[in-house]
Design a protein around this ligand. Sequence first.
Ligand code: GLC
Length: 545
Amino acid sequence: MARNTGDEWWRSAVFYQIYPRSFQDTNSDGIGDLQGIIDRLDYLNDGTERSLGIDAIWLSPTFPSPMKDFGYDVSDYCDVHPDFGDIATMDRLIAECHRRGIRLLLDYVPNHTSDQHPWFIESRSSRDNPRRDWYIWRDAKPDGELPNNWRAVFGGPAWEADAVTGQYYLHSFLIEQPDLNWRNPGVVTAMHDVLRFWLDRGIDGFRMDVIGMIMKHPELADNPPNPNWKAGDRDRGRLLQTNSRNYRDVFAAVRGLRAVLDSYPERMAVGEVFGTSEEIGRYYGDGALDGLHLAFNFQFIQEHDSDASTPWEAATLARIVRNAEASLPAGGQPCYALANHDRSRFISRHDHDGRGRERAAAAAIMLLGLRGTPFLYYGEEIGMADVAIPAGRLKDPARIRTVGRDPERTPMQWTAGEGRGFSSVEPWLPYGPAVSNVADQAQDHDSMLSLYRRAIWLRKRERSLMAGAYREVTAAPDGVFAFERSAVGARPVTVAVNTATEPRAISLGPGPVTVLVATERALEGTVLNGDLVLPPLAAVMVGGS
Ligand code: GLC
């Protein structure tokens, strides 16, 4: 088995998430497509420091789908939605990525299908259909109540009555997203075959959607009430998810998926998982590391079971990393993101005083300095913020019962012009104000894009950043999160992030050090002896001279 050599490509890679509807439209339908991604690959990495320098792409779902949940409701796992192209375009995208040394991950959605998937259409057709048990069907309780008390993540009960057969089916998300029954061996085989279908075409791996939910309590026992829930909190927090998420049987199912990946060279999976740092750590497969290669730690976005966005505050950031480092099995590597298609964009989460942009720049330095595999969300590198969407143009059905996700999914801003370089027609979601865009920022050495490029390429040059150990600098002053990265035979790199809105003095050790990258560009290249005064909200990476 290809397992844990310590120098696998995904350990040193910078990943970039593309939301395909919003990256680049080439066929003038207002929706991004795969050809658009091909056309923009040189922007992502052309092998020179003029490009962003990312190493791998994760594509949000590109499969045929009724698009109730914008592709997370799959009706055919082994094809491409016509909005995005066809399988031949996908093959070309794979080839064009590989030609540039970029790896490509698809989004594997194992917990549920669309209600339009042929498997579900068969399953719901009669109680004795051979695929009946591929989904989770239950009678109402004798008193007419729902089969259990589970709630859908998007709000409301997780059960939908089906008139044809008089039973309820489980849907952990939308009514149009029935949950597959992973206790049925036919489902396991079919879903493993989906992985093989794409691995055979050259896909390098998968982001695995809500992987922690595929195995439920065998009797679907009620979830216990959450003792911390208060009136006014979100509905979905009312119950603990003890029996529907991170249930103990899920880890064996994950090992099964890993075995499929291990039968191909150099493939990987990153799981979308939620829970405490300990729960996240378990997805790596304990001591044997036979689980997922990586599991997302979203705590910089939102801490475990909190409705609030994580504050940009040094002590909190340090604690999150400390817990992540302590909870992974030996050889396990953290995986962090500052944003994704489900959460308000970083700048918007941290802009209460109008200084979200400064914090976003510092966050880039932190993310790219940490031990772990960083995932960037498209547009983050140009400082895109949430776009206020007029009520008539809202699209995300999740908004009906919980928070809609349209504002963070708007089209990439390539230029300032009409159509923003994205499309020649009205886009599926509005662009919002023409603010930051690739064309302008590419010319501007003080731009967010320039900072991202410098930090990403620096990371590739400094072995300590790519592969070094992590040590928190505990002597950092209040309001500064600082850590050192060091690898044998390479110069150590120290990262210091000032989350305070006042300057902070920090001592960076006895010998002279050089500022390698900084939010304040003027600091770069400065050689320091000892102390550095970090401007408000600034961040630096420094290395021995
Ligand atoms: C994940 C996806 C989200 C989707 C949900 C249901 O959380 O990131 O976008 O709505 O799963 O598939």
